[in-house]
Design a protein around this ligand. Structure first.
Ligand SMILES: Cc1ncc(COP(=O)(O)O)c(C=O)c1O
Length: 356
């Protein structure tokens, strides 16, 4: 499976970065962090003391991230923020006027509609087909009539990836295409980030939340054409990215191999769990390119299964919508987590059987 940097551009070559010959250049990394800290007005606050936090300007934050993410083809225009959620909002702030249309394909991640509401945009939903694939013709038609299209690839919660062919067709419609690659490190599919870097009307959202396990730190970024990156920088909150998140992200970048290995372990566990779920005869997982399994229940409903599992200490996601009532989403973790889920589901089956 391709690693983190391969997802951005195919092959990673360090130009000015703490990476040399595929390994971390300790001296360069130290200089980078020193440089980052010394640009602050007070330096880093020692752990366990109180004091004023260092403040870096957004341009400085950006530079640190840019220094770490380079491509063989040159610089990738990147704007970083407090999670990719902030970058979704930045797209609205920068590109979408009140009354304009954006397109989504439900079921999907909720933040696009949330931000649309905040910014007075109209949401046009082109629901996914029964097999959860994107509905090509209606989607292209809606895109031709919209300002932007927001698609996670892989999608949350269905776990499947949009085809590159369809993304390329969408890029011809005239709408700004936003491809949210929050889960791409768990997929066999290639990132489309290089297309954004080459000037296509495309924003590719990435995050350290899933692959890097840094959801609580809030750091993500968007790859976009240079002109759009500059416009986004002009409207984005200048101090939203905090130093702790940035240091954690840099530490993740220093540990790419380890994190890519973890992603491989997770996908291995995902496949093992999928097989075990299929064997239950009543929990049917859809194919997944992510770190979760979206499952159809052949007995009971999501809310009931969630409640029975919760009593056994296993938390899963259920959905309170007509179309998804018979579905659950199970996050994949360690081998022990997989065993625990399998064991708990076997007990749930007994319990549900007894109730029936
Ligand atoms: C598709 C998708 N995009 C973005 C996010 C949020 O990412 P971040 O933590 O970087 O804001 C999520 C979180 O669940 C997600 O599912």
């Amino acid at each position: 499976m391709a690693g983190f940097f391969d997802r951005i551009k195919g092959s990673f070559t360090a130009l000015i970065s703490p990476f040399k010959d595929g390994a971390v250049d300790e001296a360069a990394f130290g200089r980078l962090v020193d440089w980052q800290i010394s640009e602050g007005t007070h330096g880093l606050v020692p752990v366990g003391t109180t004091g004023e936090s260092p403040t870096l300007s957004h341009a400085e934050h950006m530079r640190v991230v840019e220094l770490c993410v380079q491509t063989a083809a040159g610089r990738v225009p990147i704007v970083a923020g407090a999670g990719s959620d902030e970058m979704i909002e930045a797209v609205f702030r920068c590109c979408i006027e009140a009354g304009e249309r954006i397109v989504i394909s439900s079921p999907t991640f909720g933040m696009y509609s949330f931000d649309a509401q905040q910014y007075g945009a109209e949401v046009v939903d082109v629901p996914r087909r029964e097999d959860w694939e994107l509905d090509r013709e209606p989607l292209l038609a809606a895109a031709r009539d919209a300002k932007a299209v927001f698609l996670p690839s892989p999608n949350n919660p269905t776990g499947n990836t949009a085809s590159r062919e369809l993304i390329e067709e969408l890029l011809e419609t005239g709408a700004l295409i936003v491809i949210d690659e929050a889960y791409i490190e768990f997929s066999e599919e290639e990132s489309v980030a290089a297309l954004a870097a080459s000037g296509a009307p495309l924003v590719v959202l990435r995050t350290f939340s899933k692959w890097g396990g840094l959801a609580g730190m809030r750091i993500g970024y968007a790859v976009m054409p240079e002109a759009l990156a500059q416009a986004t920088m002009a409207v984005k909150q200048p101090y939203s990215l905090n130093v702790a998140a940035e240091v954690a992200a840099l530490a993740s970048l220093q540990d790419i191999e380890e994190l890519d290995e973890r992603a491989c372990t997770i996908t291995g566990e995902r496949n093992r769990l999928a097989k075990a779920l299929r064997a239950t005869g009543w929990v049917e997982p859809w194919p997944s390119d992510t770190n979760f399994l979206f499952c159809r229940l052949l007995r009971s409903d999501g809310a009931t299964v969630r409640e029975v599992l919760r009593r056994r200490g296993v938390i899963i996601r259920y959905f309170d919508s007509e179309r998804l009532r018979g579905h659950i989403r199970i996050s994949v973790g360690t081998a022990e987590d997989t065993d625990r889920v399998i064991e708990a589901l076997a007990k749930v089956a007994q319990e549900l059987g007894a109730e029936a």
